[in-house]
Ligand binder design. Structure first.
Ligand code: IPM
Ligand code: MG
Length: 357
């Protein structure tokens, strides 16, 4: 097949990890006989430097034409001025919103070899296999009003708003149920319904969607309790579906289960085929340019790209198997307690692609 992929390396370690993931995609394409073409565009801080905006029109236009988008990371100390009007994160948030990518899939399945890389006891990690579906274009990230004002008496106030419509909740929860039907058939809907009105609506809509899926067990959990259970009873989760900021926080926490934030991929999906694929970690400015960042989160995101946007499940599985084996055989970057460079990790995955199951 032919596909057009937009690469958005972004800032910090972004270009290094995206280069490895692209090389893995090329190797898979060669092996399976696909023609992948790429366009590379600016986003985030590097786009601010070149164009004065974190999401230039040319970047967004290219993404709208693409079959799929692979992103590295955005942000860095250079653009971190809290008073700045333009920020790198606006590029990513704007792209998710403009493309209608309302569901962010973040799978967490600790590799057996990495159990000791987690500060949690191994018996808490064994058998963990969960998928967080984070709502991505609404909630506290996008609600209005959103403002900061200084009053005449000198006090300053700032407002963010947690806002959802029933339709916004329904579409992401429905996707969580569809995904659960191909897994262990359990959905945990996470909210703060004991306090927040938006969460009471969330819970009501989730229950209604649950009625359409009698074969799938639905449980509701409060977000504070979920945060705790992720560390004490992670094995009990299958699919977790939740509000934008709750999902942001819970997935960084869940990364502790996997031993490193560097391991976790994500897929952001909407109603169309084109998705945005990115590791869940940030731009790690302290590692940038050193060639030591872990590229597996991005490489595994490329696998998700093949599965969800290009409908190439065998090719996706080939990457996942190769990455699993590389780690299994001890090819580990610094975050995993090893010494492999970014390039060596990428090469280790490519070298293991040929070995079909
Ligand atoms: C993530 C990141 C982003 C988010 C930042 C960079 C805006 O933390 O993808 O989890 O908060 O969504
Ligand atoms: Mg985050």
């Amino acid at each position: 097949m032919k596909a057009n992929i937009v690469l958005l390396p972004g800032d910090g370690i972004g270009p290094e990890i995206v280069a490895e993931a692209r090389a893995v995609l090329d190797a898979v394409a060669a092996e399976f006989g696909h023609a992948l073409s790429y366009e590379t565009h600016l986003i985030g801080g590097s786009a601010i430097d070149a164009h004065g905006t974190a999401l230039p029109e040319v970047t967004l236009e290219a993404c709208r034409r693409a079959d799929a988008i692979l992103l590295g990371a955005v942000g860095g100390p250079k653009w971190d001025d809290p008073a700045a009007k333009v920020r790198p994160e606006q590029g990513l948030l704007g792209l998710r919103k403009a493309m209608g990518l309302y569901a962010n899939l973040r799978p967490v399945k600790p590799h057996p070899r990495l159990l000791s890389a987690s500060p949690l006891r191994p018996e808490r990690l064994e058998g963990v296999d969960l998928l967080v579906v984070r709502e991505l274009t609404g909630g506290l990230y996008f609600g209005q009003p959103r403002l900061r004002e200084t009053r005449a008496d000198g006090t300053t106030r700032a407002v963010d708003t947690l806002e959802y419509t029933d339709a916004e909740i329904r579409r992401v929860v429905a996707l969580a149920f569809r995904l659960a039907s191909g897994r262990r058939k359990k959905v945990t809907s996470v909210d703060k319904a004991n306090v927040l009105e938006s969460s009471r609506l969330w819970r009501q809509v989730a229950s209604a969607v649950g009625k359409d899926h009698p074969a799938i067990a639905l449980e509701h959990q409060l977000v504070d309790s979920c945060a705790m259970r992720l560390l004490t009873h992670a094995r009990e989760f299958d699919v977790i579906v939740t509000e934008n900021l709750f999902g942001d926080i819970l997935t960084d926490e869940a990364a502790v289960l996997a031993g490193s934030l560097g391991m976790l991929p994500s897929a952001s999906l909407g109603d169309g085929k084109c998705g945005l694929y990115e590791p869940i970690h940030g731009s790690a400015p302290d590692l940038a340019g050193k060639g030591i960042a872990n590229p597996l989160g991005t490489i595994l995101s490329a696998a998700m790209l093949l599965r969800h946007s290009l409908e190439l499940p065998a090719e996706a599985a080939a990457i996942e198997r190769a990455a699993f084996r590389a780690v299994d055989e001890g090819v580990l970057s610094a975050d995993l307690g090893g010494r492999a460079s970014t390039r060596e990790m990428g090469e280790a995955v490519r070298a293991r692609l040929g070995s079909h199951a």
